[in-house]
Design a protein around this ligand. Structure first.
Ligand SMILES: Nc1ncnc2c1ncn2[C@@H]1O[C@H](COP(=O)(O)OP(=O)(O)OP(=O)(O)O)[C@@H](O)[C@H]1O
Length: 586
């Protein structure tokens, strides 16, 4: 079992408090006052019994009664201040942590996302951060407040009768041992709960985004069963923490009862022997009962905090994950490039076991359209992934205009590379906002010009709302071809020197493909382009065709040259041509 260090995690959480120190200090002052008012009341009661009642002193009685009223009025004021300020600090810290986490996710390399399920990452930002909120915002307030009452009561008891206080304190080691015993178990149980919650979020994310597949395979019942298992797992993980917290409280209460019994017994004897006044014993008992409450609450809060620290561990794990692809400290800005791309002896694998590219050499001249073809899994997309540094080469080098891509800033590199993938992600926003994603400061004229060049202007005008039409979740309100044309308009607006078209037309039917291809041809004019395509008919006109198999270049040349070689390309072409003539356009 993993061991977690509570103190370290809490210290790390407390580091986030720094910017809010002032507010926290005021909040703690308010707490001290509000807690102190609790401690003063038994003293007043002692005086009522021992002085006022014994001496029949109405004047002091009136003073004490007015004093109690004023005390409670002040207490209300401080209570408000403390709750408001502590909540403010707590929520702010949680907000800051969430922001830090989100910023960190934006810089983590793609390999991080490859290794994790989307739902799991989402759960980190939602469920885990929410659990943290409970730890900091809710429990920290109560913890400090109860601690003030606890210490105040103890000090008063020492003043009242120190011997009796020491007797009461005998239970302290018992309480500490029990809290520790349950605490470590609660922390592990908390990890289990957060893990199961992440499983549910992952399953939800998968089943919502895959709803079409589920319906088409009639797998609703299967999915429900899968969900029920996860839901049940979560339930039992939660019950485990409930069992622990529910056991902890009776233990602590029993220890408190032992203390109160000891006070009544020893205190009773002391009053009978004349070592203590009756008022002092009553005040002492009120303190002891007062004390039991914070002890119980603190043990409860401790349990809660342990559970929340489990969530903190998960958040910190993510924050501590370093990106595999990092910008150098002395990275330079890649100047406006011509588009000379050179892969020199590049080897790369996603998982260190199965090489995706080995000793890959390729030189692309500015303005050239180079097509990458080959069987599925050959390594074509990998070539495209290395260019914008989604991943870094394991060995060899990749240069643009002679500069290694690892020596330049991400922004200046990616600014000059445009990517049109097979399935474009559109955001649930207007067409205009989606096109603007290519260059945020583009003018209306530039947006329209880009849409026109992408063969998208006409269909956009036909949509209700035109450029203000909302495209739906992931662009669901548009057809595949329309989505690709928006993606092309985006790329045109970005105006990159280098283009990567990764199967940009393979999800489209022939009719739609023609329109998109025309837009792509326009987009490629004057730029260096790397085109990945399964349909060889779409790459016939490329300046240079590179055939990749098992991470190596096996053939290269023009369409004609490759056909004449009667190799893999000629084979692939023959198979596709045969399929087409049989009416099975692949
Ligand atoms: N994110 C990833 N994590 C692990 N392995 C991967 C990842 N992406 C690709 N691979 C593996 O790397 C190899 C090359 O994949 P790549 O996607 O480059 O092939 P491809 O030629 O583009 O295939 P396709 O035409 O089917 O898209 C394959 O064996 C694939 O399984």
């Amino acid at each position: 079992m993993t061991q977690y260090n509570s103190l370290q995690s809490y210290k790390r959480l407390l580091m986030f408090i720094k910017p809010y120190k002032k507010r926290l200090v005021i909040a703690v002052i308010c707490m001290a006052f509000s807690g102190a008012s609790n401690v003063v009341v038994p003293w007043l009661i002692k005086d009522v019994i021992d002085k006022v009642l014994a001496n029949k002193d109405i004047y002091t009685l009136n003073l004490i009664v007015i004093g109690i009223l004023i005390l409670f009025l002040l207490r209300g004021f401080f209570y408000f201040g403390q709750r408001y300020l502590m909540s403010y600090v707590g929520q702010k810290i949680v907000n800051d942590i969430r922001e830090k986490l989100y910023r960190h996710l934006q810089v983590l390399s793609l390999s991080y996302f490859d290794r994790r399920k989307t739902g799991n990452i989402m759960s980190n930002l939602t469920n885990d951060v929410t659990a943290l909120q409970t730890a900091i915002a809710g429990n920290l307030i109560s913890f400090v407040q109860e601690a003030v009452i606890l210490i105040g009561s103890l000090v008063s008891m020492l003043f009242l009768y120190w011997r009796l206080t020491l007797l009461t304190l005998v239970i302290v080691p018992l309480v500490i041992f029990t809290i520790n015993f349950f605490g470590s178990r609660l922390r592990l149980a908390g990890h289990e709960v957060q893990g199961k919650l992440a499983d549910i979020t992952t399953l939800l994310e998968e089943s919502i985004s895959g709803i079409r597949i589920i319906r088409s395979f009639n797998r609703e019942d299967y999915e429900i069963k899968r969900f029920l298992v996860q839901n049940d797992n979560n339930f039992w993980a939660l019950m485990q923490t409930t069992k622990l917290t529910s056991l902890l409280t009776p233990f602590i209460q029993f220890f408190a009862a032992i203390a109160v019994t000891a006070i009544i017994w020893y205190g009773g004897i002391s009053v009978i022997n004349g070592d203590m006044t009756a008022g002092a014993l009553i005040a002492f008992l009120i303190y002891a009962i007062n004390l039991a409450n914070p002890v119980r609450r603190i043990s409860e809060i401790y349990g809660e905090i342990q559970k929340s620290l489990a969530a903190a561990d998960r958040v910190f794990d993510t924050l501590d994950t370093e990106s595999d692809v990092k910008e150098k400290n002395d990275a330079v800005t890649l100047p406006f490039v011509k588009g000379n791309i050179t892969f020199h002896e590049v080897s790369f694998s996603y998982d260190e076991e199965h090489p995706a590219l080995t000793h890959f050499n390729l030189a692309i001249k500015p303005g050239q359209v180079v097509a990458l073809v080959g069987p599925s899994g050959a390594g074509k997309s990998t070539v495209a992934n290395l260019l914008p540094r989604f991943y870094d080469v394991n060995s060899g080098s990749l240069t643009i205009d002679g500069t290694d891509v690892r020596d330049v800033t991400f922004a200046s590199l990616r600014q000059q590379i445009g990517l049109v993938p097979q399935e474009t992600l559109l955001f649930n926003a207007t067409i205009r906002e989606n096109i603007l994603y290519g260059r945020l400061d583009a003018s209306e004229e530039e947006i329209v010009a880009a849409a026109e060049a992408a063969n998208a202007h006409e269909f956009i005008l036909e949509l209700p709302g035109g450029y203000d039409a909302v495209v739906g979740d992931r662009g669901s309100a548009l057809s595949g071809g329309q989505r690709q044309r928006i993606a092309i308009a985006r790329a045109i607006l970005k105006n990159p020197r280098i283009l990567i078209l990764d199967e940009a037309t393979s999800a489209l039917d022939t009719e739609s493909e023609k329109i998109v291809q025309a837009a792509l041809d326009r987009l490629m004019e004057g730029r260096t382009a790397v085109v990945i395509a399964h349909r060889l008919s779409t790459v016939r006109n490329a300046d240079h065709i590179v055939v990749i198999d098992h991470g190596h270049i096996v053939e290269e040349g023009t369409h004609k040259e490759l056909l004449a070689q009667h190799g893999l390309y000629a084979n692939l072409y023959a198979v596709q041509f045969k399929d087409k003539s049989e009416g099975r356009n692949t």
